[in-house]
Design a protein around this ligand. Structure first.
Ligand code: SF4
Length: 198
C-alpha cells in the first residue's frame, strides 16, 4: 500500500475475490517526514474503515531509497531509472514480507495509478516473485481510477498532490523540460497500449 487513496480500488477488487487480504505499508521513498506521516495515517484510516489487518513499516527511514541512488547525480537521474529503483525496493520488500508471513500472493496499489510506469512495475514484481518464490497477483487496477478517487473523497482521506519522493515534490507543477518530455512520452505510450485493449 503506497497510500490510502490508491489502495481503495485494489483492495475492493481483491476482497471481491474472497481472498484473505493483509496490507503492507513500506514506503521509504516518501519525503518529507510530515508527508510520510499523513500518508501513513490515511492508510490507517482506510484500514480501519475496511477492517483490514496491515503490517506497517512505521518508522520514517528514507535511507534505503537514497542508498539505491548513490554514486549518481540524483537530480539528473531519468525518471525511468529512479522509479525502477523505487518500484524494485518496495516490491521486493512486499514479496519478502509475504514470504515471511506465509502468504500465497503479493500485489501492489502501484498498479492502480495512471501516473506510474505500469510496465516497469510488472517487470519489477516479476523479479520479486522469482526471488521470493511468492506469486505475483496481477490486475490492471487503473480501470478503477475514477471510482477510487471518488471513494477517497467520500472517505475524506488525505489525498497527496505529488508522487512521493523529494524529486517528485520538486517536479510538482514544474516539471523540467527533460522530465516533461519523458512523462508525456510515457503517458502517450500507455494510452496507446490501453486503446489496443478497448
Ligand atoms: S516519482 Fe514516484 S515512483 Fe518515481 S521515484 Fe519518486 S516516489 Fe518513486
Amino acid at each position: 500500500m503506497c497510500c490510502g487513496p490508491c489502495s481503495i480500488y485494489p483492495l475492493q477488487r481483491v476482497l471481491e475475490g474472497k481472498y484473505e487480504v493483509h496490507g503492507f505499508f513500506y514506503n521509504p521513498n516518501i519525503h518529507p517526514r510530515k508527508e510520510f506521516i499523513k500518508r501513513l495515517e490515511a492508510t490507517k484510516k482506510l484500514a480501519k474503515l475496511m477492517q483490514l489487518p496491515v503490517i506497517y513499516s512505521e518508522d520514517y527511514e528514507p535511507e534505503p531509497f537514497f542508498a539505491g541512488l548513490s554514486g549518481t547525480d540524483k537530480k539528473s537521474l531519468p525518471l525511468s531509472e529512479r522509479c525502477t529503483h523505487c518500484y524494485r525496493l518496495r516490491l521486493q520488500a512486499t514479496a519478502e514480507a509475504a514470504k515471511a508471513g506465509g502468504f500465497e500472493f503479493f500485489s501492489s496499489s502501484l498498479l492502480y495509478s495512471t501516473f506510474q510506469n505500469h510496465e516497469s512495475i510488472i517487470e519489477q514484481a516479476r523479479v520479486a516473485e522469482q526471488k521470493s518464490g511468492v506469486r505475483f497477483f496481477y490486475e490492471d487496477f487503473r480501470e478503477g481510477w475514477q471510482a477510487g478517487i471518488e471513494a477517497s473523497k467520500e472517505m475524506e482521506l488525505f489525498r497527496q498532490n505529488y508522487c512521493g519522493c523529494i524529486f517528485s515534490k520538486g517536479e510538482r507543477g514544474l516539471l523540467s523540460p527533460r522530465n516533461k518530455k519523458e512523462v508525456r512520452g510515457r503517458r502517450k505510450t500507455e494510452k496507446e497500449k490501453a486503446k489496443k485493449f478497448d
